[in-house]
Design a protein around this ligand. Structure first.
Ligand SMILES: [Zn+2]
Length: 219
């Protein structure tokens, strides 16, 4: 993939949107890969997708696979058709991420990864496909380099997977010791007042705190 800006940021997407909104109405796009359903959901990669209240739009003139602009999420069905299913979903969720977290590309990527792990459509192989789809793109005014995006993807993926793993069961310390065959440490003697320095401690003259409990032994 050598498109200069594979996934459009908020500002550039708004420009694209303006240009297509003011142009002649595009013929309805029909594609077996990405289809708009009656209720406005986008049927793609075996899923029915919607991003909050954003309207799904298909446009073959979009110069990238996907774009987000206020109120809309745009997919180019021709370009997205070249991608494996996981990357198609990632593009959709990346653009949806812009609706949630704003213009930051890395944060939109992170949001998509979190969703992918939570919803079960992103695994390690899929993550590699996503990373490959960035090509070796250098940083541009709108997007970080492929390398830094991939590093971010991997970091967020590892974190999201770790969070999803079931927590190890915890046993109380005494129970753990017993199950190991090792007795729990016994309390050998109660706390003792070791020294009193220059303060004379006599029966009836103790500080109120001492008077309450058992009398401390004084050595
Ligand atoms: Zn983006």
């Amino acid at each position: 993939m050598n498109l200069p800006a594979r996934l459009f940021g908020w500002a550039s997407a708004a420009v694209v949107l303006l240009s297509f909104a003011s142009g002649s109405q595009a013929a309805p796009v029909s594609s077996s890969v990405a289809k708009l359903e009656q209720d406005g959901k986008l049927k793609m990669a075996g899923r029915s997708l919607r991003c909050g209240n954003a309207r799904n739009v298909l446009d073959v003139r979009l110069p990238s696979e996907g774009a987000a602009a206020p109120g809309v999420l745009i997919i180019n069905p021709r370009l997205i058709a070249r991608m494996p299913n996981t990357v198609r979903l990632f593009v959709f969720y990346h653009e949806c991420g812009h609706h949630r977290v704003g213009a930051s590309e890395l944060r939109a990527d992170s949001w998509a990864v979190e969703r992918g792990v939570a919803e079960g459509w992103l695994n390690e192989a899929g993550l590699k496909q996503v990373c490959r789809s960035f090509g070796n793109a250098p940083a541009t005014p709108t997007h970080p380099s492929a390398r830094s995006r991939c590093q971010n993807l991997e970091r967020v993926y590892a974190r999201a997977v770790a969070r999803k793993l079931p927590l190890p069961k915890r046993k109380p310390a005494a129970q753990t010791a017993r199950s190991n065959g090792t007795p729990a440490p016994a309390l050998v003697s109660g706390p003792q007042l070791i020294g009193t320095g220059n303060v004379a401690v006599r029966e009836g003259q103790m500080a109120p705190a001492y008077r309450l409990g058992r009398k401390p032994s004084v050595r």
